[in-house]
Design a protein around this ligand. Structure first.
Ligand code: SAM
Length: 284
């Protein structure tokens, strides 16, 4: 029986972090993870020994390197890393994930890279039996929630999900306004949850891990309902259609309807919503 994440006797962020010593200095210039994020991800991989890991949102590859290093001794383990941008979003002359090949080519035999695609497009190919999922993508609602909903049917029971940047919205940097996506997901999902406690900033961990259980399926409607919260950022019609098709294929009619209504609701958000509130209803 796999240990419940909220009842672990060992703090995962303190577990065997010495194995990161040699990689830390190399990844620090480009990774977007802080020291607690890195040791938590490393510790959870070492504690749970997942064989199939999916990562959504790669950037240069800092988190990929942490995961690949932690899983290097797990027999038959594989990391599937997915990023919607084929080119590194900080410098288009490089590919997403470039740092893995550049600095850690010896770790790439357990690595499967999918760039220039959304996870919904490769979910079937990557397949079932996911033990661990790491989400660190757009940070603007609804993307993290849709990432999770696209992976959820493929997760193993008791799978562990790690969501990064859960308090990014609190940043004072203007371009990070409206980054609520990770928080909405971690609040709306029913699961056993774990957040590292940080001495200098109690209650504001920027990373949350949760472990799914039978109640996650029972109350998955709450995750769908969170899609009615405002959406920020552009999603092309083409991608929206792919999400719709995916949701239709993998979820009940009732849940697909919530998805469709949320889409319509959000399309109205900017302009017509005040009129709708006056009328007191949202038309189908
Ligand atoms: C914050 S960075 C990831 C940082 C990386 N995990 C690390 O720890 O160094 C976010 C990444 O998510 C990608 N992204 C944005 N929207 C996405 C989506 N819908 N699906 C997959 N990746 C996405 C961006 O291209 C970017 O590379």
């Amino acid at each position: 029986m796999i240990d419940r994440i909220d009842l672990l006797k060992i703090k995962p962020e303190n577990y065997k972090c010495e194995n990161m010593g040699e990689i830390d200095d190399i990844i620090n210039p480009f990774t977007e993870l802080n020291s607690v994020d890195k040791t938590l991800i490393n510790g959870l991989v070492l504690l749970y020994q997942p064989r199939k890991i999916v990562e959504i949102g790669i950037s240069a590859g800092g988190s990929s390197i942490i995961i690949l290093n932690a899983m290097k001794d797990i027999t038959d383990a594989k990391l599937y890393s997915v990023d919607i941008n084929a080119n590194w979003y900080r410098n288009a002359e490089k590919n997403s994930g470039w740092a893995v090949n550049e600095y850690f080519p010896h770790l790439t035999d357990k690595w499967n890279l999918h760039i220039g695609v959304d996870y919904c497009e490769v979910a079937h190919e990557i397949g079932y039996g996911i033990d661990m999922l790491f989400i660190d993508s757009a940070h603007r609602h609804p993307i993290e929630t849709i990432n999770f909903l696209c992976a959820f049917p493929y997760l193993k029971e008791n799978a562990v999900v790690i969501v990064h940047d859960t308090v990014l919205y609190a940043s004072k940097l203007g371009f990070l306004n409206n980054c609520y996506a990770s928080k909405y997901l971690t609040l709306s999902v029913t699961a056993d949850k774990y957040e590292p406690y940080i001495d200098h900033a109690p209650f504001v961990s920027n990373i949350t891990a949760f472990q799914i259980n039978p109640h996650t399926t029972q109350y998955i409607n709450n995750v769908f309902e969170s899609l009615t919260l405002p959406w920020y950022g552009e999603i092309s019609d083409e991608l929206l259609n792919k999400y719709r098709e995916f949701i239709n294929r993998h979820y009940t009619k009732h849940l697909s309807c919530i998805f469709d209504k949320s889409m319509k609701f959000n399309a109205l958000f900017e302009n017509e919503l005040n009129d709708i509130f006056k009328k007191g209803y949202v038309e189908n």
